[in-house]
Design a protein around this ligand. Sequence first.
Ligand code: HEC
Ligand code: HEC
Ligand code: HEC
Ligand code: HEC
Ligand code: HEC
Length: 221
Amino acid sequence: MPQIFKPSADTWLRTFAAVAALGLIAAALFGAGVARSDWVTRAGWPVEQPVPFSHKHHVGDLGLDCRYCHSDVEEGRYAGLPSSHVCITCHSQLWTGAEVLEPVRASFAENRPIAWKRVAALPEYVYFDHHIHVARGVPCVECHGRIDEMPLTWRAKPLQMRFCIDCHRDPAPRLRPVNQVTRMDWTGWASDPANRGFGERAMRRFHIQPAKLTDCNVCHR
Ligand code: HEC
Ligand code: HEC
Ligand code: HEC
Ligand code: HEC
Ligand code: HEC
């Protein structure tokens, strides 16, 4: 048989295969790192809005409850964003001429919603429901962070699958009394800092079964 390749070609081929394999591993590692980075998840990046609405002023300083503006959060799948009517109840008296509030006045006058840019939206293929979390005593701050300290709203947590599942495996320490869910500065029980006692009782009372909460069809239906 005539020799097509020189014996050295085999060495080259092996070297090439080895380099390609290393490249693939590096790309996979890099991909995994990027997929979990803030750059991809948008965690920690303030979002520019048509009106520079500040939760820090309205929640942190004025002390408004979340449900004043996100009024569907207890009953519905979605928390809802406030209509400009809600803003105008105060801003027809306060800061009435302010330039920054012009889009709010226009939206109210023309009866169309303000085009807020979404901060926490999930992909279409994920099912999420606020009502069940709020009803079980999972606080807003677990998923949205210290909203009351944000001059512009940003995504505080990655809201990726791993984030959801970490809690679904062991919700007990994160549960609190239902009437405390919107409190941003709740410090828990001095007598039980790990919150195991209350959490375990809540788990039994609501029949929460972590073994079932990680089934794929809980979140992908
Ligand atoms: C005075 C009204 C008001 C109150 C009170 C309020 N919010 Fe908001 N919230 C808004 C408005 C307006 C937006 C849309 C603009 C923005 O993202 O900053 C918003 C946006 C958000 C978003 C981002 C939603 C998304 O995906 O785009 C979250 C999360 C949120 N609010 C949580 C809370 C929590 C938690 C509280 C209570 C601690 C709260 N809000 C209290 C008016 C309010
Ligand atoms: C309960 C009354 C109240 C409601 C409701 C309310 N605001 Fe305000 N807002 C205030 C007060 C008071 C200030 C002045 C805060 C300051 O200067 O400390 C203010 C200030 C502002 C400012 C100026 C920048 C800042 O944060 O200081 C903007 C913009 C604003 N509000 C937007 C909105 C929007 C948008 C809504 C509706 C989603 C809304 N507000 C609902 C009371 C309210
Ligand atoms: C277990 C995590 C979790 C908890 C607890 C939670 N949220 Fe959310 N929130 C989300 C996720 C995830 C989204 C995006 C949902 C989507 O895009 O389908 C979201 C979206 C929102 C939005 C955007 C508008 C909308 O209708 O979805 C607002 C406002 C909001 N949340 C407010 C709140 C408030 C107020 C509380 C507490 C009473 C709260 N959330 C508790 C995870 C949570
Ligand atoms: C801090 C804890 C926590 C986090 C974070 C969390 N969950 Fe949950 N989730 C719960 C608890 C507690 C329940 C209630 C379980 C029950 O009553 O059986 C629940 C229930 C659910 C249910 C309803 C299950 C049913 O049987 O109807 C869905 C859907 C869900 N979660 C989706 C999500 C998604 C998607 C995320 C991430 C964006 C998420 N959850 C993040 C604690 C959490
Ligand atoms: C507690 C909620 C929850 C459960 C349970 C869950 N997922 Fe997910 N899944 C999510 C969320 C949230 C995302 C969106 C992640 C993002 O936006 O990056 C996601 C994304 C995905 C994706 C898209 C690719 C990716 O990784 O981002 C696939 C595939 C997937 N899930 C498969 C599964 C399978 C298979 C199971 C069962 C073993 C499962 N999921 C269980 C919440 C869940």
